[in-house]
Design a protein around this ligand. Structure first.
Ligand code: AMP
Ligand code: MG
Length: 715
């Protein structure tokens, strides 16, 4: 079944109408690609939904309708409350007992107390404002019935989900369920057999009713698996997207639409792999659509592990090659796969080997303009041959067979006709009286191209991991490949840190400097085929930085500059340290300060040094290969070559050095006059690096040094 429409609801348990101006923790209804609707009360939300659903039904559309609260309770609850191990029995029970008026005033805490009474111990539900506390409901968690699990099975799969027992403060998911299920029951009543509740009614099979009601968990969007990553470009369409809830419902609609398009949505309606007692579990507890489905190969690979950047203890200075090897081993692809048209594939990374769909050339053809014949009909020395009527041109083949001893006019690219195996060049022929004369001997096959001599059908033309260039597109097109499976573009969030920074265009006092790193890094990211997300400049304030990181974590990787060392004002390091995933990579490289490597909410962070020269060098040498790895591309090895030095320099052993360099018109490498890492002019002057090995060196003019053009770094 195909859904024509996706309606996704972010629910709320407020006890008064939410403010006129859209605010968080209110009801938002996402509807396909439309700007989500903000509803101030549950009553109002239901009317909006009735309207949408009635219209869909009369248009004979089928709708996937999602709500973001639990459709059931942990195993055992339904039976004790209603006598039936059935989530829908709980819906009916709550619909009978919950009162919830047009202004959101409701009796949920009274009903919660009534429910608790039916259970041994303090009962499972807890959390309420002080004035609602009573003998059967308390503000704090009590001693619940040991038979009841804290979380449903689905919530054990989607780890960040909160337990349904908790009714008050952060998220108050429990209250959303108490006030939500009666409304869902109302939907069931109104739409009868036009609505099916998945998987409570339909089992693991996708229903055929016009409305399929499902439980969703919008935060799964940021888990990226099994959901595709989205580009969120629509966020600029409306101020409502300042509210995360609105972003999420719109994002959910888009994610499901994309999953349907890629054919993966139906997987979500199949049994959860490895779920014991699946039928019983879902009947009693419900299930979150998509939970437990890892679509690793197909949709999004698993995120990196939190300890991904840990370095072996006790190592003080890591040599460049070791650091690169570490990165190479730890980093794995994080982007999803999509199928796109070949002409649009420049800069994209192949996710699969590509096979030729036809040979190139598909048939033997002529490499020149000339005359074709059978070589067996020629002799050494002078040859004279009658020309037959007709000709063979590119795209307009000669249909008949050319008799031995006869020749046919043939043009470059024309299929070699039957009876012909050899072509003589037009310039080597004299033509008169319908005959041609030329000198033998001619090698059989001369001036022709064999079928498949370039590429044979079914052979691998390009391997997974290749970043596609124009030449690659030529090869794919020639071999009949019109669509390719590629990785989605890696999204790279870029931010700069420092109280001293201003964005160019802003006023800056003399004690402030303009943010040079961000435009530079964004430009590099774009040149590498990734999609930059500009998070802006962030002052040295832990709270602001935390917010910026949260926002940036929507991308696939976060690239920061500044504040990456271990000092008081090094807030990037400090923040990453909190996560326990942070590792300060002290790499034996110049220029370069430590790199702060870590994970923020599942997203890898590369904390580059603040100095523009060091930031640039570290970006090229370390961040680029790591990001290519995350993007699914083959590991790059920048090509350098030996050239005579146009400078003198002696260097101690220990650190590898990258000098900003430029080739002079003799092909000798000059280096920038100053090695100071604040000298941005040198970066802009250089067209490559001179790389000086880790060992000591005493370089005199004319000695050979390794020059790596910036082109080798893909810029
Ligand atoms: P930090 O790594 O934050 O200690 O910064 C090291 C040096 O780089 C300081 O002189 C900063 O002012 C400078 N710096 C940091 N970020 C930037 C930036 N985005 N653009 C230009 N200079 C910067
Ligand atoms: Mg700083």
């Amino acid at each position: 079944m195909t859904f024509d429409s996706f309606i996704m609801v972010d629910w709320s348990a407020r006890s008064q109408p939410s403010p006129k101006k859209p605010t968080k923790d209110a009801i938002y209804i996402g509807h396909d690609d439309k700007v989500p609707m903000y509803c101030r009360t549950r009553h109002n939300a239901m009317h909006v939904l009735y309207d949408l659903l009635d219209k869909a039904i009369s248009a004979e559309h089928s709708v996937l309708l999602g709500f973001d609260f639990a459709f059931g309770y942990p195993n055992g609850f339904a039976e004790t409350l209603t006598g039936k191990p059935d989530a829908l029995a709980v819906w009916e029970w709550l619909a009978k007992h919950i009162e919830d008026d047009e202004k959101n005033q409701n009796n949920r805490f009274d009903i919660a107390a009534q429910i608790n009474l039916k259970f041994i111990g303090d009962g499972p539900l807890w959390g309420c404002p002080a004035n609602a506390e009573g003998p059967n409901l308390s503000q704090k968690k009590g001693t619940p019935d040991v038979q009841l699990a804290i979380k449903r099975q689905a919530e054990q799969v989607v780890r960040s989900a909160q337990p349904v027992w908790k009714l008050f403060t952060t998220g108050s998911v429990g209250s959303q369920t108490l006030l939500g299920l009666p409304r869902l029951q109302a939907l069931r009543k109104r739409y009868g057999d036009k609505l099916q509740v998945w998987p409570l009614e339909t089992g693991w099979n996708l229903g055929t009713a016009p409305i399929t009601l499902v439980e969703i968990y919008p935060s799964m969007l940021t888990h990226k698996n099994p959901f595709p990553s989205l580009d969120y470009s629509w966020k600029s369409n409306s101020d409502i997207y300042d509210i995360e809830d609105a972003v999420q419902v719109r994002g959910m609609c888009e994610a499901f639409a994309r999953l349907q398009k890629s054919g993966h949505l139906t997987d979500f309606f199949k049994a959860i792999p490895n779920l014991p007692n699946a039928n019983r579990v879902v009947r009693e507890e419900g299930w979150i659509l998509g939970a437990g489905h890892s679509a690793e190969q197909n949709i999004t690979p698993p995120p990196l592990k939190n300890d991904c950047f840990a370095l072996p203890p006790g190592v003080h200075w890591t040599p460049v090659d070791d650091a690169l090897n570490q990165l190479r081993q730890r980093v794995s692809v994080v982007t999803s796969v999509e199928t796109i048209a070949v002409p649009a594939a420049t800069g994209r990374v192949l996710s699969k080997d590509v096979h030729a769909r036809r040979s190139n050339p598909p048939l033997p053809n002529s490499a020149v303009d000339g005359y074709g014949f059978a070589q067996s009909g020629t002799s050494d020395g002078p040859n004279i041959m009658p020309l037959i009527d007709g000709r063979a041109a590119a795209g307009v083949p000669y249909d008949g067979t050319v008799p031995t001893g006869h020749a046919v006019r043939i043009l470059t690219g024309a299929v070699v006709p039957d009876g012909v195996d050899t072509v003589v060049l037009e310039e080597d022929v004299t033509l008169s009286d319908g005959k041609i004369a030329f000198h033998g001997p001619l090698k059989r096959g001369a001036n022709t191209r064999m079928a498949g001599e370039d590429v044979e059908k079914d052979t691998i033309v390009l391997k997974a991991g290749r970043v596609l260039t124009g030449a690659n597109l030529a090869l794919l097109s020639a071999t009949g490949v019109d669509r390719v499976d590629v990785r989605e573009r890696l999204k790279v969030a870029v931010l700069s840190t420092g109280d001293e920074l201003r964005t160019v265009g802003e006023n800056a006092s003399d004690s402030q400097i303009y943010d040079a790193n961000r435009p530079m890094l964004i430009s590099l990211v774009r040149q590498w085929g990734f999609e930059p997300v500009d998070i802006g400049r962030i002052s040295d304030d832990p709270e602001k930085l935390r917010q910026a990181f949260d926002q940036a974590a929507q991308a696939d990787v976060i690239l920061t500059s500044g504040g990456a060392s271990a000092g008081d004002e090094d807030h990037v390091s400090a923040l990453l340290n909190e996560t326990g995933s942070m590792s300060l990579w002290r790499i034996a490289v110049k220029p370069g300060r430590p790199l702060a490597m870590g994970m923020w909410k599942g997203t890898p962070v590369f904390g580059l040094p603040g100095n523009p020269v060091a930031a640039f060098t570290c970006a090229l040498i370390f961040a680029r290969p790591a990001m290519l790895g995350l993007a699914g591309a083959e590991w790059p090895a920048p090509v350098g070559f030996q050239v005579p030095a146009a400078f003198a320099k002696s260097k101690k052993p220990g650190r590898r050095e990258y000098l900003r360099a430029r080739l002079d018109d003799q092909g000798h490498a000059k280096v920038f006059k100053s090695e100071g890492s604040g000298r941005i002019s040198g970066l802009s002057w250089a067209d490559g690096f001179v790389e000086i090995e880790d060992q000591a060196r005493d370089i005199k003019p004319g000695d050979m040094v390794r020059y790596i053009p910036f082109g080798s770094f893909g810029i």
